[in-house]
Design a protein around this ligand. Structure first.
Ligand SMILES: *Cc1c(COP(=O)(O)O)cnc(C)c1O
Length: 438
């Protein structure tokens, strides 16, 4: 397929793989309530209630969740010295926080919110269907021997560039399922090794992410004992992620941060296939309405959400269709084609997409480590470009003016979502730092 992108300012930058900001001409207020959407706002609350129900079981499965009573949460960290280092020290940059999903327990990335959730939802459904969990039974039944015996006869499969495989693999093995992870060629060896140690069957494909997912889906279709976690279509993943917005709301309130028409909120979300940032965006829109503006961020060579949404095409457009390579060190975001489901939901809800170069990712990784002591993987620092684009870039300023936010930027709050990194082994992390220094 050859695709003509519309003749707008961001186009030349996108095609030349230069960092840029595209704002969505179809962005409109109230989009989250659109009855034509395949998802409902009430489902975000349902997901949070499911997470609460699973908490006692999660606490048994993962001892590291003892302190939080089985809740998988991340901190909200004010940027402090990092603001100035990023060039965001001026008053017009408002307040800035990191939402530190790179430190999430169980999986060390934002995938802990999606993958763990879907595996636990499936386990509960299966146990109910088999009569093992009855109305009113304690959810901790699912950690008992007969439940494990049932789960051991089933396989959970997933395609992954790495982190989703880690999250699904860890959750599946914790309940006693068999697990198969289909990895794309760019998956990092340490992620494969970690899964193998947990008893996960890892299949390495000499192909990109989309192909790995297709292979995994095909294998699952031929075997009823395989449950396939489908990153391109799964609503369970999406809603697992979405509940993060309610967590954020609580944390902002605890910090005394106001969100209203005079105090806008900006979210910057690293995007691969779109499930994680899409779920968080949908959740945030249900929680903060038109006072939150969500932006995805993608590598310059893998801007799949940007090219698809910018094209306005009904059919999915891939980064290859516009001559880009999908080559990036940001493995969590090395995705050539976004999820069609997420594209539909985001059409009128996403404020825009910006892109970042790999060199910036490594530079920011080093800064976040030296100033805040954070351990991030390259994908996870992509959001750091957000405030710069919104406050200083011509397209960002035009967006703020059109939204009537110009006067209120000093009152704004920017959330830089850092999506992964705490599980990166020491030698790998040292290599990342080295790369930033060279
Ligand atoms: C998966 C991932 C993303 C993007 O999530 P998608 O659901 O693929 O859009 C971003 N950063 C990291 C570190 C990830 O693992």
């Amino acid at each position: 397929m050859t695709i003509q992108l519309p003749d707008i300012p961001a186009r030349a930058d996108v095609l030349a793989a230069r960092p840029t900001l595209w704002t969505n001409p179809a962005y409109r207020p109230g989009a989250v309530e659109d009855p034509a959407l395949p998802v409902r706002a009430a489902q975000v609350l349902e997901a949070q209630q499911n997470w609460e129900r699973f908490a006692p079981l999660l606490e048994i499965c993962f001892p590291e969740l003892k302190a939080s009573g089985g809740r998988i949460r991340s901190e909200l960290i004010e940027l402090q010295g990092l603001s100035a280092a990023l060039g965001y020290g001026g008053e017009e940059f408002g307040r800035q926080f990191i939402k530190a999903d790179g430190d999430l327990p169980v999986a060390g990335s934002i995938k802990a919110r999606g993958g763990v959730y879907e595996v636990f939802v499936f386990a509960e459904q299966l146990a109910r269907k088999e009569g093992l969990l009855k109305q009113g039974d304690d959810i901790r039944r699912l950690a008992e021997d007969d439940a494990r015996a049932l789960f051991s006869r089933h396989t959970i499969a997933v395609g992954s560039t790495g982190n989703l495989g880690l999250s699904v693999g860890v959750a599946a093995r914790a309940l006693g399922f068999k697990a198969t992870v289909h990895m794309s060629s760019d998956a990092k060896t340490w992620k494969v090794d970690r899964l193998t140690r947990l008893g996960v069957d890892v299949v390495k494909h000499q192909a990109d992410y989309t192909t790995a997912v297709e292979n995994a889906r095909l294998a699952a279709e031929q075997d009823p004992s395989i449950y396939f976690v489908d990153d391109e279509q799964s609503q369970h993943l999406f809603f697992g992620y979405s509940a993060a917005a309610l967590e954020l709301k609580e944390q902002l309130r605890a910090r005394g941060v106001q969100v209203d028409a005079e105090h806008p909120l900006f979210l910057y979300l690293p995007c691969g296939i779109g499930g994680a940032p899409g779920g968080v965006t949908f959740g945030a829109k249900t929680v903060f309405g038109d006072n939150v503006h969500c932006f995805f961020v993608e590598p310059v060579q893998s801007p799949c959400a940007l090219v698809h949404m910018m094209s306005g095409s009904e059919e999915l457009v891939s980064v290859y269709d516009v001559g880009l390579t999908n080559k990036t060190e940001a493995d969590g975001m090395a995705v050539a084609r976004m999820s069609a489901f997420v594209a539909t939901v985001m059409r009128n809800m996403l404020a825009g997409v910006f892109t970042v170069s790999d060199e910036d990712l490594f530079r920011w990784l080093q800064l976040a480590h030296s100033i805040l002591g954070l351990r991030l993987e390259p994908s996870a620092t992509a959001a750091f470009a957000g405030p710069g684009f919104i406050v200083s870039h011509a397209e960002g300023r035009a967006f703020c003016k059109e939204m009537g936010l110009g006067e209120n930027l000093a009152n704004a709050t920017h959330i830089l979502w850092t999506t992964g990194g705490s599980f990166v082994p020491d030698d790998q992390f040292a290599a990342f730092l080295n790369k930033a220094g060279s």
